[in-house]
Design a protein around this ligand. Structure first.
Ligand code: ASP
Length: 335
């Protein structure tokens, strides 16, 4: 993510709701408070980080023309996947410590269909391969060489995904050879997108090149259904970004959806999931300053919300009425 977190358009919806430290209560009682926002009986799309603005715009073309949430989320996240300037997703993504760009992605629709690829190399649109896994195989997840072989059989083309800037950064990184993901700074990030279409159906997509300079073969939360993304068309959907190891540890997106099922608002469901991340960090004597995890959530009624571990995470929202980048409320303020 860009160090400058300049807002595209500031939403007043939740501005000022980030009050810094919150008591970490586990388990918390369901708080059926007001959601961060809602758009009833109309399409809506939200996605993580600033690059969500352009991605939402693409998804919106489909949603506003009566298309499905599934088509919308795939088309939306393909925008940063194809953009070499977005250095944490798809083409242009930062490589692992061996200099290889390896992509993780997953997709889930309103019927519970799922597809995922992990450690996919040299194929730009990991999300479309994930969708092909969902629609054209008896499986839900393909990895590495097998995922690539399947993609080629489906007509995807091999491409070099390592752009010059990423190569230079990697060569620089090799001098110290120190794995140190930095919270909110652009050496990781994921686009996770949630959409509700005019038929009232929800879908989600999540795609990333993962943590920069990760170990070869490392898989984060993003391609793992239940961790990086989860959709239940009776309840809502959630997706995650940030340090994938921490999201996997709490089965994050599935947890957010289950909390919404219990009556939590989208924001409070995300908040509770964040408090569990923090709780497990504390139990393990880890410093939460070193990590970022952010969730966004959308329920069946079109209510949405978000929460993150530390300030700096934002998400993009598009409805028929607005197009905004919203600063997520956070657990801890880190200056
Ligand atoms: N969740 C991604 C991963 O762990 C990275 C990110 O979203 O920042 O690979």
């Amino acid at each position: 993510m860009k160090i400058s977190r300049k807002k595209f358009i500031h939403s007043s919806l939740i501005a000022g709701s980030a009050l810094g430290l919150n008591a970490c209560v586990w388990p918390a009682k369901p708080e059926k408070n007001k959601p961060s926002g809602s758009i009833v009986n109309q399409p809506i799309v939200l996605s993580t980080w600033r690059f969500g603005i352009e991605a939402n715009a693409e998804a919106w073309k489909i949603l506003s023309n009566g298309g499905s949430a599934l088509d919308a989320v795939e088309a939306g996240v393909k925008v940063p996947e194809a953009d070499p300037k977005e250095r944490s997703v798809g083409y242009g993504g930062r490589p692992d410590r061996e200099g290889i760009v390896s992509l993780d992605a997953c997709i889930m629709d309103h019927l519970g269909n799922i597809g995922s690829v992990v450690c996919l190399e040299n194929i730009k649109h990991a999300i479309s391969v994930a969708r092909a896994v969902m629609e054209k195989t008896p499986h839900v997840m393909l990895a590495g060489k097998g995922a690539q072989q399947f993609a080629l059989e489906q007509g995807f083309k091999l491409e070099n995904l390592l752009v010059e800037e990423s190569k230079k950064e990697w060569e620089e990184w090799l001098k110290k050879n120190e794995y140190k993901p930095i919270a909110n700074i652009e050496n990781h990030d994921t686009i996770g997108m949630l959409a509700l279409d005019q038929f009232g159906n929800l879908s989600g997509a999540c795609t990333t090149s993962g943590m920069a300079f990760k170990m070869r073969g490392r898989v984060g939360d993003s391609p793992i259904i239940g961790a990086g993304l989860y959709i239940d068309n009776e309840v809502g959907g959630a997706t995650a970004t940030g340090h994938g190891e921490e999201v996997i540890r709490i089965a994050g997106s599935s947890l957010v959806v289950e909390l919404m099922r219990q009556g939590y608002s989208p924001e409070n469901a995300c908040k509770e999931a964040v408090s569990r991340v923090v709780n497990l960090m504390n139990r393990r004597n880890k410093n939460i300053k070193d990590i970022q995890v952010g969730f966004i959530a959308l329920n069946k009624a079109g209510e949405y919300g978000s929460y993150c571990v530390q300030n700096g995470f934002n998400y993009a929202l598009k409805t028929s009425k607005e197009e905004v980048l919203i600063d997520a409320p956070f657990h801890t303020k880190i200056s």
